[in-house]
Write a protein that binds this ligand. Structure first.
Ligand code: NOJ
Length: 978
């Protein structure tokens, strides 16, 4: 406890803070190791030619491994000749290069386990015969494919060359510094006798310059302790920070390193007129009312960066778990320099050679895993509020949704469901019948999500806390012995140390739905399979801790300090909860566990959201690049609170916010306890009907979302695709982050995020036809890129189908998504200028893991046009995607041999029809429509209009084939002659 309890009791119950208090969070200049790192970078250029990196490889130590594609070598620093470092370079099977450096036989061990939590498995290395190592006088070079990894001895430098181009350079600017462990030197007391000051000055003048000064600076800065506000971080291990420059000589755009409320293409933080004056910070924090344009740290951290140019894309994954600051600058117009400074940990950097954005995604997914395949219902609409206050409240909210015909899949309960914020324990007064309440919600196919935070109320009446104490799995204070005590919602609290293996089985047992072998232990009996979980406050948030989190000198399992593992902490909590939910019943089911904190690898677990945003237009707008940025860093199942967590958005803002929300992978409305109720049924007309249509639009597109999730689950390519990902050579698109594509569907959306907007400008990146999703108006882009202006009054979302796409939708409005299982499909075939189109549809039972055994339906649709002398024929074909031999990141689409077209799931939906085909952009009215070889005399309608293959803009021609008597699971052909 670092501040008096009495002070906390005076704070408002709603939240201990009232508005963003920037002074609650450190700037770089308030963080000693960041200061040291930046000072190093600032000295480097001014030192001119005298500046050089003190780190060199001992050439005789370079030991190539005979069995794998790697080598190790000793590294020395000329500043500290007695300290030993080791460098290891490994070349993975897929061409990724891993560079590791650690201090060897030092006074202590640096934390080296970040990668073990992030990586999905230890990557296999390239076959030794596929890499040619060439040793030169001052370098060793590994050559494979069109890649060269050059490791220079003096000064130490590692660079990756591809196709003869230098793509990434480590320590090219010579800012590498691994502060070694050292013994604290006792300072001499200053002279106090008469004349002392004069003598001291003389002594300074005569003292030889510290040999390290040119590199480390003249003065020791915060090496052994540092204070911030009322907290002092004792640093018993002393300095151990790591500085590393990573230069991308040919890439002017960098993306990633979420989470920040900043543009997608990361603006500069140093150099002439930087956009931000502080570096991007990665340190998971609970930042109340965060700024809408800032490099400040937020709740999650993924140290993964893409560097992009029209020629190529490369990636960097820096497996570090401690607080990290990253400066970004452009030494030249077409290059980017990044400087990473981390508080502790080893150097463990992965260089992902690309060369396309898609390759980088796949390389990253091979390292850290792809995103989990979510339950289908989790893509529906989630209604949350802090708080629905009783089971009657829950029932009445659900009733209002139904009365007003709003689709809804999930109702949420925030912290007030629990007795005194003892999570799992229902507040019996307001929630006397939790299981009956959940069953009432589930009766309409819906789920509930209930919050379980990581802080445990320290009272003997709380069985969860008592058991954690008994198992000795609580995080310890700085003495490493006593449990750490801090403050959170539940008052005086303790935190489970999920790094402690002893906590794992116990945590999972809490969620078991039936008694297990541990039947004497407490478990959550008032729960059902329809309850899923929200893990909030897991940065962790500690109201009376430094920067609202845990003191860095707290101690975790294995003796590691909190500073070493901080950014991984929240992911472990979500991981254990996800495992618990998966295995709690008799058969494994896909878990939904929303986490606020995240790290590299969190995508394997479930969803995250962007935290406590504000009900403002700025926050609505910045939510888009934030979700895009999470996505390109693997964390694709993400969304922002619809409506904004704080404040009371007016109806116009709320409508626009729903329009943004339905185009995020995770779609949830949420609001702070002090806000007015704003469930969509409370809106007046016309806003109410507009929002109803918007949510229905989301539901009609659920198959598009689900298919996109399956793709992301298979190969790691994100669901939301920014322009630079879709059109990597189009420079005009590199900075665009307010419009994006959804998976491979061909849908391009630009949500409106400005008040009073009636028109919106949309960038069309190619010489192609794009159809307005609602009106079928055809727009044309140009090869050089073209900006069009479209009308976007309140009820209209600028949404387009890219020519060449086939989009599967379901039009029946339903109360919840499970009720859509047998609904028929509409296929919209949006012909390209070349009169082609293609699309996909993925389906499975939406909740079990049977899809991994091949219980699924994955259809491929293709349309093409053949011109003959007398007539032209367009063919539309449905075929089985799983037969097309597609592969994914780690193997084939389904387990080899497991898939059968007549699998149990496919059988369960074999009656599902295609109820409508809509074909856009045919040049002429058809003479014949042939379905499965049978000419259709009727059942189709034609409306003339603009043809796909022309140059005209305006209403496209529309052929509608109604009820063609086709099944979605079958192979079939439809032919149109004209
Ligand atoms: C903070 C979360 O960010 C917010 O969404 C939640 O409502 C409150 N904690 C209360 O649990």
């Amino acid at each position: 406890m670092r501040i008096a309890t009495s002070v906390l009791l005076l704070l408002p119950l709603a939240h201990p803070l009232l508005a963003l208090k920037a002074h609650d969070f450190k700037t770089c200049s308030q963080s000693a190791f960041c200061r040291r790192g930046r000072a190093l970078a600032e000295r480097a250029p001014t030192a001119g030619s005298s500046w050089h990196s003190p780190y060199t490889i001992v050439p005789s130590s370079v030991a190539l491994s005979s069995s794998a594609s790697s080598f190790t070598s000793s590294v020395k620093s000329e500043l500290y000749p007695d300290i030993n470092f080791e460098l290891e370079v490994r070349i993975h099977e897929d061409g990724v290069v891993r560079v590791r450096m650690d201090e060897v036989k030092g006074l202590r061990k640096r934390y080296d386990e970040a990668s073990s939590w992030a990586l999905v498995r230890e990557p296999s290395l390239k076959n030794v015969k596929d890499v040619k190592w060439v040793k030169g006088k001052n370098e060793v070079k590994g050559v494979y494919d069109d890649v060269e990894v050059r490791v220079q001895y003096q000064p130490l430098k590692v660079s990756l060359w591809k196709g003869g181009r230098e793509e990434v350079v480590l320590n090219g600017k010579e800012l590498l510094h691994m502060e070694h462990f050292r013994v604290k030197e006792e300072k001499k007391e200053p002279e106090t006798a008469e004349g002392g000051a004069e003598q001291a000055e003389q002594a300074v003048l005569q003292a030889p310059a510290r040999p390290t000064a040119w590199f480390e600076g003249e003065e020791e800065d915060g090496l052994w302790a540092e204070s911030f506000s009322t907290w002092t971080d004792q640093k018993p291990k002393g300095p151990e920070s790591l500085s590393l420059d990573i230069h991308f000589p040919g890439h002017a755009n960098v993306y990633g390193i979420p989470q920040h409320a900043s543009p997608l293409s990361l603006p500069t933080t140093t150099g002439p007129s930087p956009h931000y004056t502080d570096p991007y910070r990665l340190y998971n924090l609970d930042v109340f009312e965060y700024l809408a344009d800032s490099p400040m740290s937020l709740y999650g951290s993924i140290p993964f960066l893409h560097a992009h140019s029209a020629e190529s894309t490369v990636g960097i994954f820096n497996a570090i778990a401690s607080e990290t600051w990253i400066d970004v600058s452009h030494p030249t117009e077409d290059s980017t320099l990044t400087h990473w400074v981390s508080e502790s940990g080893i150097l463990d950097v992965f260089l992902l050679p690309g060369p396309t954005p898609e390759d980088v995604f796949k390389q990253y997914a091979r390292l850290t895993g792809t995103s989990a395949m979510p339950a289908h219902w989790a893509l529906g609409y989630h209604q949350c509020r802090w708080n629905y206050i009783s089971s009657e409240d829950v029932r009445s909210v659900q009733k209002r949704f139904d009365e007003d015909d709003f689709p809804l899949d999930v109702l949420w309960l925030d912290i007030e469901y629990s007795e005194e914020h003892k999570y799992f324990i229902w507040d019996a007064k307001n929630f006397p019948d939790p299981v009956a309440m959940v069953n009432d919600v589930a009766a309409l196919g819906r789920k509930m999500v209930v919050i379980v935070d990581p802080h445990l109320k320290r009272v003997s009446t709380y069985p969860v806390y008592e058991k954690a104490k008994e198992l000795d799995v609580l995080v310890k204070g700085r003495d490493g012995k006593e449990e750490y005590e801090g403050w959170c919602w539940s008052g005086s609290s303790a935190w489970v140390d999920f790094f402690h293996p002893g906590s794992w089985d116990w945590w999972k047992s809490l969620f078991r739905l039936t008694d297990g072998k541990d039947k004497d232990s407490w478990r959550w009996v008032d729960s059902t399979e329809n309850v899923h979980i929200w893990n909030d406050m897991n940065e962790p948030s500690v109201f009376n801790g430094p920067e609202i989190t845990m003191p860095k000198d707290n101690v975790h399992y294995g003796g590691w300090e909190h500073r070493d593992i901080h950014n991984i902490n929240g992911m472990l909590f979500q991981n254990l909860t996800s495992q618990a939910i998966t295995t709690r019943g008799s058969t494994p089911k896909r878990p939904f566990v929303l986490s606020r904190s995240f790290y590299a690898g969190s995508q394997r677990l479930s969803a995250i959201w962007t935290g406590d945003n504000m009900g403002s237009w700025e926050h609505m707008a910045v939510g888009i690049p934030m979700v895009l940025s999470n996505g390109i860093a693997g964390m694709t199942f993400a969304g922002a609170d619809v409506g904004g967590f704080f404040g009371n958005p007016d109806p116009e803002m709320l409508v626009r916010w729903y329009q943004v929300g339905i185009f995020a992978p995770f779609f949830r409305a949420h609001a702070h306890i002090d806000t007015k109720r704003r469930e969509p049924y409370l809106l007046e007309e016309p806003h109410k009907s507009i929002v109803r249509d918007v949510i229905r639009l989301r539901y009609s597109l659920l198959s598009v979302w689900y298919t996109s999730f399956r793709r992301a689950n298979a190969d790691g390519v994100p669901i939301l695709r920014p322009h630079w990902v879709m059109f990597p050579k189009d420079k005009k698109g590199f900075a665009i982050d307010d419009q994006y594509f959804i998976g491979d569907s061909g849908l391009l959306v630009k949500p409106v995020t400005k008040p009073g907007a009636t028109e919106t400008q949309v960038y069309i990146p190619e010489d192609q036809v794009y159809y307005d999703y609602f009106t079928y108006n055809a727009y044309r882009g140009s090869a050089a890129g073209k900006t069009i202006t479209v009308s976007s009054p309140l009820e209209k979302i600028p949404l387009f189908i890219r020519g060449g796409s086939i989009v599967p939708t379901r039009a029946r409005p339903r109360r919840s998504s499970p009720l859509m299982k047998k609904d028929p499909f509409t296929l919209t075939v949006a012909l390209s200028q070349a009169e082609l189109a293609t699309g996909e549809l993925y389906l499975d039972d939406g909740e079990s893991f049977d899809h991994q055994k091949g219980d699924l339906v994955w259809r491929k649709f293709d349309a093409w046009t053949l011109k003959a002398a007398k007539r032209t024929r367009m063919t539309l074909k449905s075929s089985d995607m799983t037969k097309s031999g597609q592969t994914v990141v780690d193997g084939s689409l389904v387990a080899p041999g497991a898939y059968r077209a007549d699998n149990a799931y496919a059988k369960s939906v074999q009656s599902v029809r295609v109820e409508k085909l809509v074909i856009l952009g045919l040049p002429k009215k058809p003479t014949t429509v042939i379905v499965q070889g049978v000419a259709q005399k009727e059942g189709w309608t034609w409306e003339g209009g603009v043809a796909a293959d022309g140059k005209k803009e305006g209403g496209a021609s529309v052929l509608v084939i109604k009820n063609p008597n086709l099944k979605i699971v079958d192979d079939w052909l439809v032919e149109v002659e004209f």
